[in-house]
Design a protein around this ligand. Structure first.
Ligand code: SF4
Length: 312
């Protein structure tokens, strides 16, 4: 029996450069993942696992989504993502089927791709309209260093799973490539990744880099100019999605951003403080904080290994 451990599995919608307006569904508890990426914006993985199970009760997810759909403004996608790796959720197939019975909004899945070596996982998420696996490395040593996968996971198995999925999947597949200064953001590093990408045959490649506090300080951002340069190495398929500029000016976004700013002005806050203080999902809180940092209204200070947001 699955018990509910948190009040909301649905978050947003928040506008993003990546997916337009997306309503998120969080299918695993914070932070449950098969990887522990050094750049992860959610912090260190506390439950590194490859165990698939019904981490959250599907009936409750569906009930919350049903409520949300009553008042939802137009969105581009309903996205399975959240506090870790969504393909660890064992009932993805029935969840997507049920979402599609409720609405015509396209379903997207953001996945690290690590479980695509399993036929059952490929089959389950093939119901989605858009799937975005990650590919951050071109070799096993870099994969182990950057993604810090569950013990025994190898680069070859992971990338073969993504290639198999591409062969079987008739929907849209974009690959997200996260580049890191001094690690993968070199000509040789990007060429290595581009070779693997061209074997996958994605519809598009989205290049990203660090724009929020990463799990490890060794994960450093690549400048926008160099990202544009690297984008040209992907056969015309790549776009830079790193959020270097504030493009969000919808009134809802601006209002919530103001609430976050007011909270930070009252006292230094961690991401969790903002999330708990305003009863919003961590991913949503991150979006607002990211834009406040870009606008020089808030800055990040590290105290005793914790990131605090303080007014500038
Ligand atoms: S796969 Fe995603 S959620 Fe998991 S550690 Fe990496 S960035 Fe974080």
């Amino acid at each position: 029996m699955v018990t509910s451990t948190k009040s909301s599995y649905i978050f947003g919608p928040v506008p993003s450069r990546r997916l337009g307006h997306s309503l998120g569904i969080d299918l695993v508890p914070f932070k449950t993942c098969s990887y522990d990426c050094i750049y992860c914006q959610l912090g260190t993985t506390t439950n590194k696992t490859i165990e698939q199970k019904e981490y959250v009760p599907q009936e409750e997810v569906i009930a919350q989504l049903s409520d949300k759909l009553q008042t939802l403004p137009p969105v581009d996608y309903i996205t399975l993502s959240g506090s870790g790796e969504p393909t660890l959720y064992s009932r993805t197939a029935s969840l997507i089927d049920r979402i599609k019975e409720m609405t015509n909004i396209p379903v997207a899945v953001l996945t690290n791709g690590s479980l695509l070596f399993k036929k059952s996982v490929r089959k389950a998420i093939s119901r989605a309209d858009l799937v975005i696996p990650s590919l951050d490395a071109g070799s096993d040593p870099i994969f182990q260093f950057v993604n810090r996968p569950y013990p025994g996971m190898t680069f070859d198995t992971m990338v073969a799973g993504i290639r198999d999925f591409r062969q079987e999947y008739t929907g849209i597949l974009w690959l997200e490539v996260f580049l890191l200064d001094g690690i993968t953001a070199t000509r040789a590093g990007v060429e290595e990744i581009a070779r693997q990408v061209s074997a996958v045959l994605p519809n598009k490649v989205q290049l990203n880099t660090v724009t929020r506090p990463p799990s490890e300080n060794s994960a450093r951002a690549v400048s926008q100019a160099r990202m544009q340069h690297f984008a040209e190495m992907f056969e015309g398929k790549a776009e830079v999605i790193a959020d270097y500029r504030n493009t969000h000016n919808e009134s809802r976004f601006v209002a919530s951003r103001e609430e976050v700013l007011q909270l930070v002005r009252r006292r230094p806050c961690t991401l969790d403080d903002v999330s708990a203080g305003l009863s919003i999902h961590r991913n949503e809180a991150l979006k607002y904080l990211e834009h406040l940092v870009h606008d020089d209204e808030v800055r990040i200070v590290v105290r005793e290994d914790r990131c605090f947001y303080v007014p500038c």
